[in-house]
Ligand binder design. Structure first.
Ligand code: ATP
Ligand code: MG
Length: 722
């Protein structure tokens, strides 16, 4: 590849950005304008033209999927293997640094990464063990507090105790939590970033080494960096003008997790020699899609302001579907996908995007029953499933006996006669003497004060872990996993679980061995680090790429947050309802509402050719039936870009029609008939206007006195005949 071909597929502004002489650069542009493309080509340019080695490049982004894609794009562009290149997520790269320099980071070699669920459990136990009332101090809130401090680079020791009860209690918990993590060699996600920052800040040699090594540092989705991430980037590029960032203020969607849009402004003052380049042409979407997105985001006040244009033609209108309920919504979407595939479309070009993970289940069920391959990103990720977490916990304690979180998880899973009393005693001793639970268990046995039965049961457990460790010692990674699965007793445990659930769990455990077998150790790290620990960290960091085959043509399901940076020909944006999207919590808060709107902007701009937006008139979510109003965002998309579609199993029939035909089965469903006066718990009184569908899909349209027309599923609506 020559120099020209690196820039010849770019427009003028993009070329300028890619080929600019080395200096700090800020590429500020809207969705689909080629920011990521510019970043990839910039890397190509530096290697090809500036003569940098792949070792000199650092590139960081937000999701594993985006990182994987970026690596792939660099490899395609340069026709090289970029495995050794430091391309990854902030968390992934921070982890890599900490593994390499565990000692200097003051971590044990066998430190383990906790995902947020693990972290939550540790905190929950902590709150309990300190006899703090968890109704007043919910562990979730404690977790948010701790993570928020870490995101700002604040350790417990930096905080001064104030007279305020809230602050005092939180600080006490933060301190105790830090102690537990240090003792157990546990690192949560926020800690990865904070410690990686401290590692470089406090070790001058190391910092100089990495500053020399990384001649160019690139950041995608810069608008979503938080304080500590940005501080880390600044350290790496201190005194040099080699930070290249791309971003879009309209796509900042992680404010709730500490992202600082202000970093874009700070960048401009920290790197005074920087150059700003704006990109204005969108290459991704049709004009109808783009104009809708532009119109929507114009409702936000806090914007740097920019307009995007495209020359790709109007394309189709955006389709809006009002579903009766969430099942109907899923049915509609899956049927559309089937049609797309039957017409030659590819499944991986299709994405279903939703606000909340809980929405995925309906779609999964419909996809499963129609045997449509799909993959869910995020959500209940493969590595988050209970059985997988149990197996991983065995592996973790095997690798690091002092990993308290995992110890607690497996000590009585499956049950082995170790009672709560024994476990409480272990905890108490551990707390009193500042021991790990493992050490405390050994001490307790040696003190000989337990009953023979309890002591024996505990010994058997400790020996099991030890002997598994010895047996696994010289085995391949996947054999280690198999060994654990077989000997931990988990398989027997799930065999006892009735029905498909147990079977599925056992299948998942088998899949874990496969995951270990195909674990790409090279990609994870170019040096020889402990394979098991790398795999375990991968399990904590990875967002569920285990469903479906990597190469299988799958429909993609994900939250709007995980869709950032991606694009699909056909997109379904589902659940556009008040209370869901925008979410309930954001409805009364202007800043949060604007963030929800940006999220909607992200969603719309994922679509290249066709966009369907759906909402349901009634929805069962989190176990409750709701009758949500359509999302305010729907009104913000100008009507000229929308077409409403209604798919009816039967043709709409007005009350007066069809009298000549014997249609009693349609006109009269159970006790309801057209023109019937009915009452609904929530909507009050109304008149049945239309009926359609059969069996569980039977539905009626009612004109309610107060709320007007509504379609309701008969099986859910619980109407009362008046
Ligand atoms: P987002 O804000 O969503 O992350 P982005 O600005 O990073 O979007 P890219 O993903 O880089 O945009 O580009 C969007 C699409 O447009 C991609 O398919 C990309 O290949 C294509 N594209 C970008 N620039 C050009 C160009 N000059 N010529 C042709 N296609 C382009
Ligand atoms: Mg991008």
């Amino acid at each position: 590849m020559n120099n020209i071909s690196i820039i010849d597929s770019l427009n003028d502004a993009q070329r300028l950005a890619v080929s600019a002489p080395n200096r700090a650069m800020l590429i500020l542009a809207g969705a689909g304008s080629g920011k990521t493309r510019v970043l990839v080509h910039r890397i190509g340019w530096q290697i090809q033209v500036e003569g940098l080695s792949i070792h000199n490049i650092l590139a960081v982004t937000f999701t594993n999927k985006a990182a994987k894609e970026m690596r792939g794009r660099v490899e395609d562009l340069l026709n090289i293997s970029a495995k050794a290149m430091w391309i990854g997520t902030f968390h992934g790269l921070a982890h890599r640094l900490l593994r390499r320099h565990a000692k200097q980071a003051k971590l044990p070699d066998t430190f383990q990464v906790m995902d947020s669920d693990d972290q939550f459990r540790v905190i929950k136990r902590l709150v309990k063990s300190l006899n703090i009332d968890d109704t007043k101090w919910p562990p979730k809130q404690v977790m948010w507090f701790i993570n928020a401090q870490k995101d700002e680079g604040i350790r417990a020791k930096h905080m001064v105790e104030s007279g305020d009860v809230y602050q005092r209690t939180m600080l006490q918990l933060y301190k105790a939590y830090e102690e537990i993590c240090n003792r157990s060699g546990l690192v949560d996600f926020a800690e990865l970033l904070l410690r990686a920052h401290e590692l470089l800040r406090d070790n001058e040699d190391l910092l100089t080494f990495y500053q020399d090594r990384f001649k160019q540092v690139h950041v995608d989705e810069f608008q979503d960096t938080n304080t500590i991430q940005y501080a880390w980037l600044r350290l790496l590029t201190e005194g040099k003008d080699n930070l290249f960032v791309v971003g879009d203020d309209d796509q900042s969607i992680y404010g709730w997790r500490g992202a600082k849009i202000e970093n874009i402004y700070s960048f401009q003052s920290h790197y005074p020699n920087h150059q700003v380049i704006k990109l204005e042409q969108n290459y991704r979407s049709t004009s109808n899609i783009l104009k809708s997105a532009n119109a929507l985001i114009a409702n936000n006040d806090a914007r740097m302001g920019k307009e995007l244009w495209t020359d790709s033609g109007d394309g189709e209108l955006i389709s809006l579907y009002t579903a009766f309920n969430e099942q109907d919504e899923a049915y509609f979407v899956v049927e559309k996908i089937r049609k797309w595939v039957s017409e030659g479309g590819s499944r991986q070009d299709v994405a279903i995007l939703y606000r909340s993970n809980a929405q995925s289940r309906q779609f999964e069920e419909k996809l499963m029953t129609t045997r449509t391959p799909y993959r869910v990103y995020g959500g209940l990720r493969f590595f988050e499933r209970m059985e997988i977490k149990n197996a991983l916990a065995y592996l973790r304690v095997m690798s690091n006996h002092h990993d308290d979180a995992s110890f607690e998880r497996v000590i009585n899973t499956p049950t082995r006669g170790i009672g709560t009393k024994t476990i409480d005693e272990i905890r108490l001793l551990a707390r009193e003497q500042e021991l790990s639970l493992w050490q405390a268990a050994i001490t307790l046995i040696s003190q000989g004060q337990m009953t023979a039965r309890a002591s024996n049961a505990l010994k058997i457990f400790l020996n099991l872990i030890k002997s598994l460790g010895e047996e696994a010692n010289d085995k391949e990674l996947f054999e280690k996993v198999k060994l654990i699965v077989e000997k931990s007793g988990l398989v027997e445990l799930y065999k006892k679980e009735k029905g498909e659930k147990g079977e599925a769990r056992i299948e998942n455990l088998e899949e874990l061995a496969n995951a270990a077998r195909s674990f790409d150790f090279d990609e994870a790290n170019e040096e020889k680090l402990n394979e098991l620990d790398m795999f375990l960290a991968h399990a904590a960091l990875e967002s569920g790429d285990m469903q479906g085959d990597d190469y299988e043509d799958c429909v993609q399901l994900m939250t709007l947050h995980s869709a950032k940076g991606l694009e699909f020909k056909l997109v379904f944006l589902v659940g556009l309802e008040e209370g869901l999207f925008p979410s309930q919590q954001s409805a009364d808060d202007v800043a949060r509402l604007e963030e929800e709107r940006r999220l909607c902007y992200v969603g719309i701009t994922r679509a290249m050719e066709q966009l369907y937006i759906t909402h349901a008139e009634s929805r069962r979510l989190y176990g409750k039936e709701t009758y949500p109003r359509p999302s305010r965002f729907l009104k913000e998309i100008p009507a000229e870009f929308l077409q409403e579609i209604r798919i009816r199993a039967n043709v709409n029939r007005p009350v007066t029609a069809s009298t000549s035909r014997p249609r009693t089965s349609v006109q009269q469903v159970g006790t309801y008939k057209m023109g019937q006066r009915v009452s609904h718990v929530k909507f009050g009184e109304g008149i049945v206007l239309q009926m359609e569908g059969e069996g569980a899909q039977e539905r009626v349209q009612i004109n309610f006195q107060d709320v007007g027309l509504k379609w309701l599923m008969l099986s859910y609506a619980k109407l009362q005949v008046l």
